[in-house]
Design a protein around this ligand. Structure first.
Ligand SMILES: [Zn+2]
Length: 73
């Protein structure tokens, strides 16, 4: 069974107890999707997921950069 770490309380939980709260942030004109994992059976984590915002640094989140396609020289 898959297990995930809750980004709010830090506990490792089975897959069916973890949900993902996706938030899109604009950082220096780059859209970044932040996926916060939280325990879906813990009201504190459900609420907390909405308020997690880079508190522990971007490295802790899965990020996808979108919309920046002007590379190449
Ligand atoms: Zn949790």
């Amino acid at each position: 069974m898959d297990e995930w770490t809750c980004h709010v309380c830090g506990k490792t939980r089975p897959d069916d107890k973890i949900s993902v709260y996706s938030q899109t942030l604009i950082l220096e004109n780059v859209k970044i999707q932040q996926n916060v994992r939280y325990c879906n059976d813990n009201p504190e984590c459900i609420e907390g997921a909405k308020h997690v915002e880079w508190l522990r640094g971007p490295a802790h989140y899965e990020m996808t950069k979108e919309g920046e396609s002007n590379g190449g020289d």
